[in-house]
Design a protein around this ligand. Structure first.
Ligand SMILES: [Zn+2]
Length: 236
């Protein structure tokens, strides 16, 4: 199994971690995205997930407990989900950034770049790039670890997005797509309907083609669209 530890940063009552007007706690965003990421990862073969935060939000699980849990479970990947803040009042800082540990582990750099690119492509927000930081969850995890900051709670426009279900879904889809791309995860194939006796008798496979592109990126975009709708699209 490919094991993915998912960490929704903080807890519901963590002091300070909220929009300046108090209309959203950071944990609400982090947790909603974490749940969506877990759900979407169920569509892939051979993937197991574990939440290392408290999914009820009641406690802000200490960072050491979170990383101990992921290490003991022998996770392959650790993804920490956050929303950003610049100071405590409204301001113009904006965009999305992804962090890896200061030593720039090669695999984490690849995963971070893929997730960051997907986040920017999916949301259209400002690209602040892949950065390094000496964060506990990046330093103390024994597996490839990244931390995503998915927009600023202190930016009015981004705060509105962070509160919306559609933006949360885009962020989750991008995180999952970045992981799937990095580790070549395969979408589960849906079993053929039992009543389809004709399909059982014939060994012939009929392929459905929906487009052909000279440009790989265009092909990837259409494949993503199809995957979002639940079709196991492949590029050949
Ligand atoms: Zn945070």
């Amino acid at each position: 199994m490919f094991k993915i530890a998912i960490d929704a940063g903080h807890g519901y009552n963590t002091p300070g971690k909220r929009t300046p007007d108090g209309s959203m706690r950071e944990w609400e965003f982090n947790s909603a995205v974490a749940t969506l990421v877990q759900d979407e990862l169920q569509n892939y073969e051979g993937v197991e997930t574990l939440r290392v935060d408290d999914p009820t939000g009641k406690t802000d699980v200490p960072l050491k407990t979170r990383t101990d849990k992921a290490n003991a479970w022998k996770a392959d990947v650790y993804v920490s989900i956050h929303a950003n803040a610049a100071g405590s009042g409204w301001n113009s800082a904006e965009g999305i950034e992804t962090y890896v540990y200061t030593s720039k582990p090669k695999e984490a750099m690849t995963l971070a770049a893929n997730v960051q690119n997907r986040l920017i492509r999916e949301t259209g927000r400002k690209n602040r790039g892949v950065k390094t930081a000496d964060f506990h969850v990046l330093r103390e995890t024994h597996m490839t670890a990244i931390l995503v900051e998915c927009g600023f709670m202190t930016n009015k426009e981004e705060a509105t997005l962070l509160k919306s279900d559609s933006y949360r879904k885009k962020v989750a889809t991008a995180i999952v797509a970045g992981i799937a791309e990095t580790y070549n995860l395969k979408i589960k194939t849906k079993p053929a309907p039992a009543s389809s006796s004709a399909a059982k008798k014939s060994d012939k496979l009929y392929r459905v083609q929906v487009g052909a592109f000279a440009n790989l990126e265009n092909a990837e975009q259409l494949a993503e669209e199809l995957k979002k709708k639940g079709y196991p699209a492949v590029i050949v």
